[in-house]
Write a protein that binds this ligand. Sequence first.
Ligand SMILES: [Zn+2]
Length: 319
Amino acid sequence: MIRSAARQDAAPPHGVMFHHFRGEGHADGQGAITGQQLADMLDWLGPDRFLSPQDWTERALAGRLGPDDLCLTFDDALLCQSEIAAPVLKAYGLTGFWFVYSSVLEGRSERLELYRHFRSTRFGDVDEFYAAFQARLERSDHGAEARAALSDFQAERYLAQFDFYTDADRRFRFLRDRVLGPARYEALMDALMDEDDGFDLEQAAARLWMTEDHLLDLRDQGHVIGLHSYSHPTDLAALDEARQRDEYRRNHAHLTGLLGAAPTVMSHPCNAYDARTLKVLGELGIVMGFRSNLHDCGGGPLELPREDHGRIARQMGLL
Ligand SMILES: [Zn+2]
C-alpha cells in the first residue's frame, strides 16, 4: 500500500537525488531500487511536482521556486540509470539533471564504484562485507591502529546528519575515511578483491558506467548534463584549491567538448565542498549546484538541497 507523501511537506523545494537501480543486467546493492519502484516513487511524490531541469534552473535563479517544487537528479554517470531509470522517466514525460564525473567516460574506472559493485555482488549482504573488511584490516599492518581508534568510537555521533546509516555503516565509514585514509583503504580493498578468485574486475567495470553516447542521447531527450568533478574524490574539500580547480576544470573541459556547450550546473560529490570550491565553480561559470541532503539550506544557488532517494524509499517502506 502506497501512502501519501505528507512527510515531504515540511521540506523546502529540493532535488531528489538518485544513484543506483537494479534489474536486468544490474545487480542488487545497498539502496538500489527497480524501475517499478522508481515509478511508484514518482507516483507517491506526485509526478506533477517535478519541474523540467530548464524550468527548475530558471525559477531557482529567479527565487521563484514554489514550496512543492521538485526536480530529478542522477549522480555518477551510472549505466543502471540510463538503462533502468531513463525509460521510466520517458514514460512519465519527465526529464532531469545528470551529474557526471568525466574520468570514467575517458576510459578510467574509479574505485569508489568498483568497490561498491564488489561488495554488492560478492557478499550475502553488506554486513557480511563489513565483517570481511574488518577481518582483513585486522590481518593488515593497520590492525592495532584501527582497534585503538575504535575503542572510543561512538557510532551514533558519527555522520549523525545521515539518519539512515546503520551503526555498521558508520563504523565502516569511520575506518575508511578517518582512520585509514584513501591510499591505505584502497590498498586493503584491492587486496580483498585480488584474493577473491571469483571476481572479474574488467568485466564488472564494463557494466558500471555510461558512455559518451548515452550522455548525448540523454541531452537529445531534453535532460541536462552537469559537473560532478573529474575523478570523484570522496572528500574534495580536503584538497587544496589548485587540485579542486583541476578536478572541476577537467570535468568542465570534457563535458564542454562532448556537448558542444559549457555546462552551467553541478552537484557536489559526497557533499564535500568548501568556500574554495564555490569560488572555483564561479570561475567556471557554474550558476547552480546541489548538496546531497536537506540540511543547512539557505546557502545560495550553488548549495541547493536534495533528498536522497534511499530516504524516500524507506519512508515508502520499499527498502
Ligand atoms: Zn557522486
